[in-house]
Design a protein around this ligand. Structure first.
Ligand SMILES: Nc1ncnc2c1ncn2[C@@H]1O[C@H](COP(=O)(O)OP(=O)(O)O)[C@@H](O)[C@H]1O
Ligand SMILES: [Mg+2]
Length: 310
């Protein structure tokens, strides 16, 4: 029997982050699937200027199916609120969520745990308007490299610097997000995302954008991004990538579902970029596609994620 059988489930969606629209899409799909499976489920659209605590208490919720993305949803804040209200919540806990959301902390933990991640430098979140501090700090980092905000998602603020003349604009763009900024080696080659559930690898997808990298357009707007399940790279490489993806998930202390992002170099080396602890669950999202490839329906995936709530 399901751990939460007979209990009221709230699918919490929307939220206050820049990824509100994607979250509404994830939430609507999860809600529909749980309803069809006869769950006592309510949909909660958390809007600005409303109290999520009040909404959860009014609905007498026993467990939250967290369909939020980004700040105040993916970063440990809602996980903490649920802990205080003694309501179970899907996905990773407070600490793992916060660590995974912060690329600086994630990379420090990857390095300390032997998880390969691209070589990197930390830049402060402020600096002179001409970014001359970054020009000096990155003078010996070989081209090309990537500049990105430490606390964003959806490829917002990410630039590939191929020529030093592009550096100032890249740093200014990343700093516009008002958090720390990192620069890291650009890993040419392919991109692989690994689907994980309860400490078990479900499978992987190779992502082939037609844009220069997997940017916001390729993620949400374009229809020509290719997703290959299983990946076309050799089985050896996929196994190595999955091994490192799981090591990254464990190093951060993740639980439930997650989707690490990796780059595979032309020589077959796998590097972990980050771990997404609340991956998209829209009808076209990657984790449901990976689950489907091993015979797991969208509804079963939603229920398995619910089962892992803590
Ligand atoms: N070091 C890197 N080498 C090559 N491409 C990268 C690198 N870092 C980021 N990218 C590209 O930018 C995208 C977004 O970067 P990522 O670190 O996953 O941040 P986000 O949290 O915005 O998804 C990646 O999916 C990849 O296409
Ligand atoms: Mg990513």
């Amino acid at each position: 029997m399901h751990r939460f059988a007979g209990k009221r489930v709230a699918v919490v969606m929307g939220g206050l982050s820049a990824e509100r629209e994607v979250s509404l899409n994830t939430g609507a799909n999860v809600y529909k699937a749980l309803l069809a499976e006869k769950w006592d489920v309510v949909a909660i659209d958390w809007k600005p200027d409303t109290s999520l605590a009040k909404l959860l208490e009014e609905q007498q919720v026993a467990v939250v199916w967290n369909a939020l993305h980004g700040t105040w949803g993916e970063d440990g804040a809602v996980q903490g609120l649920c802990a205080c209200l003694q309501i179970a919540c899907t996905g990773s806990g407070i600490l793992a969520s916060a660590l995974a959301m912060d690329k600086v902390m994630s990379k420090r933990i990857f390095e300390a745990s032997g998880v390969p991640t691209p070589k990197w430098r930390l830049l402060s979140h402020t600096g002179p308007a001409d970014a001359s501090d970054a020009v000096a700090a990155l003078a010996d980092l070989s081209l090309p490299f990537v500049v990105k905000p430490a606390n964003e998602g959806s490829s917002v603020g990410v630039s590939i610097v191929e020529d030093r003349s592009q550096l100032v604009a890249a740093v200014q763009l990343a700093r516009a997000n008002h958090g720390q900024v990192i620069a890291e080696d650009y890993i040419a080659g392919t991109e692989i995302f690994v689907g994980i559930l309860d400490g078990r690898v479900l499978g992987s997808v190779e992502v082939r954008p037609t844009t220069k990298f997997y940017d916001y357009e390729a993620k949400y707007k374009r229809t020509d991004t290719k997703y290959l399940i299983p990946p076309e790279v050799s089985r050896d490489i996929v196994e190595r990538a999955e091994h490192h993806a799981l090591a990254a998930y464990n190093a951060l202390g993740c639980s439930g579902h997650a989707r690490p992002d990796l780059r595979i170099s032309p020589t077959g080396e796998a590097f972990v970029l980050e771990v997404n602890t609340l991956p998209g669950m829209t009808a076209t999202s990657l984790l449901p596609k990976i689950a489907k490839s091993i015979g797991m329906s969208y509804a079963s995936l939603c229920e398995a994620i619910l089962e892992s709530a803590s």
